[in-house]
Write a protein that binds this ligand. Structure first.
Ligand code: SAH
Ligand code: SF4
Length: 403
C-alpha cells in the first residue's frame, strides 16, 4: 500500500495525521507562511550574510504581510539585484482563485486551487468562507483537503482525497481574502476598521491532524508586525483529538472549539466516529485541563441539531450536566443539509426549546444562525467537487498518455 492508499482506508486505526499525501515541492519554494525564524533560515541558506538576516527578513515580512505584495518588484527597500535573485529563488504569489460566490446574506465563498504535486494535473481545491456581521467579519479557513475523519453529518467527511495544507497555504487563504475584500493597510481603507476581525479554523479538515502547519500558520497570522490578528480572535475547532489538545493550548494558545454534538458515547460514536478512540469522558477531561482556560477564555462546545438524534430536552439536561465546571460557551448549530445527507435538521420549535433550557442554565444566545446556505457555504457543507475521486485514480489518470 502506498501512503495515498492508506490515507483512503477510513478503517485504518493509525493516526490519520500521518497518512496524508505529500504537498508538492515547488521549484521556487514559497516564503509565505514561514515563521520569522524559518524565514531567516531560508535567507541564510540562500546566502545572505548573517548580520543582514534580521533586517532583510523584516523588510520581506513587511512586503508580504503589510503590503500584500505578490512579487519582489515592489520591495523597493531591497536593492534591484537582490530583488531579482530572490525572485529567481522564491515564490510569494497567491493561491489561485477558481470561483467566488456571494450569498444573498453577504456571505462570500471562494474555491481555491492549491499547487499540484503532479505536473499536468490540476492541484486540489479547498473552500474558504467570509461571514460579515455587525461590527465583525469572520473568515472560515481550511486546514486539509477533505478530512480523514468520517463524521456522518459532515459533507467534508465524505470527501476522499486528503492532504495537509502547508502553513503557507493556510496563511495564503487570508491573503486571498484580504485581496478580495480590499483590506491591505496600503489601500485607502481606515486600518482601524478591519473587515477580517476573526478567524475560525472550521473549514475543511481536522486542524489537530495537521498540527505543525496550523501552529506555524497561526504564529504568522498573529505576529504583531504583520496580519496581527490576536490569538483571542482565532478559534481552532476540533472533533476531539484528545492527545493533541494540551499541546494546542501550550504551543498555539488560540481559542478552542470542540465539536461535541452528543452527550452519550453511543450517539457520539455514530456521529463522530473518532469518539470510539477518544470517548466523551476523556475529551472533557482534556478540556478541563486546557492550558489558559478561564472564564474570560472559555471553550466553545459546538452541537449540531439533528432531528430525533440528539435534540431532546433530556439531551439538553445532560449537556448542561456534562459541562458543569468547565468555563464554556455552547453553540447550537442548525444542521445544514447537503445532497444525500442522512439526517434532518431539528424543527425550529425544538431548537428553541433546547436553546431555552441551555439559556436558563446560564449560556447566552447559543444558536448559530446559518449563513450562506444558498451557496453551500454553511458549516459542514464545504466540499470541493474536483477531488471526489480516489487519489490513486487521479494519479493513474495523470500517468496515462494523452492525445
Ligand atoms: N474538523 C473540525 C473543524 C471543521 S468542521 C471539527 O470537526 O471541529 C467545523 C464545524 O462544522 C464542526 O463543529 C462540525 O461538526 C460542524 N459541521 C459539520 N457538518 C455540519 C453540518 N452539515 N451542519 C452543521 N454543522 C456541521
Ligand atoms: Fe472532518 Fe470536522 Fe467534518 Fe468531522 S466534522 S468529517 S472532523 S471536517
Amino acid at each position: 500500500m502506498t501512503t495515498l492508499d492508506i490515507a483512503h482506508d477510513k478503517q485504518s486505526t493509525a493516526p490519520a495525521g500521518a497518512l496524508t499525501a505529500p504537498a508538492p515541492h515547488p521549484l521556487r519554494p514559497s516564503l509565505v507562511g514561514l515563521t520569522r525564524p524559518r524565514l531567516m533560515q531560508a535567507l541564510a541558506d540562500f546566502g545572505l550574510p548573517e548580520k543582514q538576516l534580521r533586517m532583510r527578513a523584516g523588510q520581506i515580512w513587511n512586503g508580504i504581510y503589510n503590503r500584500g505584495l505578490t512579487d519582489f518588484d515592489g520591495m523597493t527597500t531591497l536593492s534591484k539585484e537582490l530583488r531579482q535573485t530572490l525572485a529567481a529563488a522564491f515564490d510569494i504569489s497567491r493561491l489561485e482563485v477558481v470561483t467566488e460566490q456571494k450569498s444573498v446574506d453577504g456571505t462570500r465563498k471562494w474555491l481555491l486551487r492549491l499547487p499540484s504535486a503532479v505536473p499536468g494535473v490540476p492541484g486540489p481545491e479547498i473552500e474558504m468562507v467570509y461571514i460579515p456581521e455587525e461590527g465583525r467579519g469572520t473568515l472560515c479557513i481550511s486546514s486539509q483537503v477533505g478530512c480523514t475523519l468520517t463524521c456522518t453529518f459532515c459533507h467534508t467527511g465524505t470527501q476522499k482525497l486528503v492532504r495537509n495544507l502547508t502553513a503557507g497555504e493556510i496563511v495564503g487563504q487570508i491573503m486571498v481574502a484580504r485581496d478580495a475584500l480590499g483590506e491591505w493597510p496600503d489601500s485607502n481603507r481606515n486600518s482601524d476598521d478591519r473587515l477580517i476581525t476573526n478567524i475560525v479554523m472550521m473549514g475543511m479538515g481536522e486542524p489537530l491532524y495537521n498540527f505543525e502547519n496550523v501552529r506555524d500558520a497561526l504564529e504568522v497570522i498573529s505576529d504583531g508586525e504583520g496580519i496581527s490578528l490576536s490569538k483571542r480572535r482565532i478559534t481552532l475547532s476540533t472533533s476531539g483529538v484528545v492527545p493533541m489538545i494540551e499541546k494546542a493550548g501550550t504551543e498555539i494558545g488560540c481559542m478552542l472549539a470542540i465539536s461535541l454534538h452528543a452527550v452519550n458515547d453511543e450517539t457520539r460514536n455514530k456521529l463522530v466516529p473518532l469518539n470510539k478512540k477518544y470517548p466523551i469522558r476523556e475529551l472533557l477531561e482534556a478540556c478541563r485541563n486546557y492550558p489558559g482556560l478561564s472564564n474570560a477564555r472559555r471553550i466553545t462546545f459546538e452541537y449540531v441539531m439533528l432531528k430525533d438524534v440528539n435534540d431532546s430536552i433530556e439531551d439538553a439536561k445532560e449537556l448542561v450536566r456534562l459541562l458543569k465546571g468547565i468555563p464554556a460557551k455552547i453553540n447550537l448549530i442548525p444542521f445544514n443539509p447537503w445532497p444525500g445527507s442522512p439526517y434532518e435538521c431539528s424543527d425550529w420549535a425544538q431548537i428553541e426549546k433546547f436553546a431555552d433550557f441551555v439559556n436558563r442554565a446560564g449560556y447566552a444566545s447559543p444558536v448559530r444562525t446559518p449563513r450562506g446556505r444558498d451557496i453551500m457555504a454553511a458549516c459542514g457543507q464545504l466540499k470541493s467537487e474536483t477531488v471526489k475521486k480516489r487519489a490513486s485514480e487521479r494519479f493513474r489518470e495523470a500517468a496515462q498518455p494523452t492525445g
